[in-house]
Ligand binder design. Structure first.
Ligand SMILES: [Ca+2]
Length: 265
């Protein structure tokens, strides 16, 4: 009887050990089930190695770029094929330019740590106004209704494009917990794509739950020889809605890539 009792305890003990083993296995691979994409380069185009890319947008086939660093920040219209700057507006040196987005006939540009954003006429780049926000400014995009901005944390803010009222905050997470360093953004087919600073990865985020629903791993897209120092990180996602072309670049990168996403599984 005592022996039977001990056997029963032994079985429970073994069961718990096996359970712990499986739990620890899943703990080591918490993103199991989240699809990972890699890339295939479709085209590469010249990119200004002086452009500290903080915002990248394609609007009706026209490429816009926002650049950063104090004294080097700008808003540009860029020729995709040649990388040539077609139109340029320099920001005053106290501003460190960040993300840009085009909504309707306006361009919105964030600044990093001065709590101010600028509103321009899309065609003339004339300054139409400013808006303020309490956080840092990193990336910006829109879903057709609201502006969507990142601030370097794991929180994304939805702003009314008229009043700049914070409509709601979205906490971004994967199975490891909060995903911080959310940087340049693009809203693509109902999902928020975000560069994760300072990595070679892009998170595909559900705008309703904040859950990361896919990872894009762009490791090796730019060769180490072409990378201009530690600050030359992947940053800049643009999507052409008319033909589904997907473009990425990075800070000070000599190339802008058109890529296709390929399942890594
Ligand atoms: Ca973008």
């Amino acid at each position: 009887m005592i022996f039977k009792h001990r056997l029963c305890h032994l079985q429970i003990f073994i069961f718990l050990i096996v359970l712990l083993f499986f739990l620890s296995c899943s703990g080591n691979n918490p993103n199991e089930g989240i699809p990972v994409s890699t890339f295939k380069v479709v085209n590469s185009f010249p990119h200004d190695t002086d452009a500290f890319t903080q915002g990248l947008v394609l609007d009706n086939g026209v490429l816009y770029e926002g650049t950063g660093l104090n004294g080097k920040s700008s808003l540009r219209r860029v020729d995709l094929e040649t990388g040539g700057v077609l139109q340029n507006l320099n920001l005053s040196p106290q501003y460190f330019g960040e993300g840009i987005t085009v909504l309707g006939d306006k361009i919105y540009q964030l600044t990093w740590n001065t709590n101010v954003g600028f509103i321009y006429d899309k065609d003339s780049f004339n300054l139409l106004g400013e808006f303020s926000y309490p956080t840092q400014g990193w990336g910006i995009t829109h879903d057709g209704e609201n502006l969507i901005m990142s601030d370097g944390t794991s929180t994304i803010h939805f702003l009314d494009p008229q009043t700049f009222e914070n409509i709601r905050d979205l906490s971004v997470f994967d199975a490891n917990g909060p995903v911080t360093g959310l940087n340049e953004l693009e809203f693509i087919k109902g999902e928020i794509y975000a560069n994760v600073f300072p990595t070679d990865r892009i998170a595909r985020i559900s705008p309703s739950t904040g859950r990361v629903i896919g990872w894009i791993d762009l490791t090796g897209l730019l060769s180490d020889e072409d990378r201009n120092g530690n600050n030359a990180v992947l940053n800049g996602i643009a999507y052409d809605e008319t033909d589904g072309r997907f473009f990425v670049t990075g800070k000070l990168w000599p190339l802008l890539f058109e890529i296709k996403l390929v399942s890594a599984d």
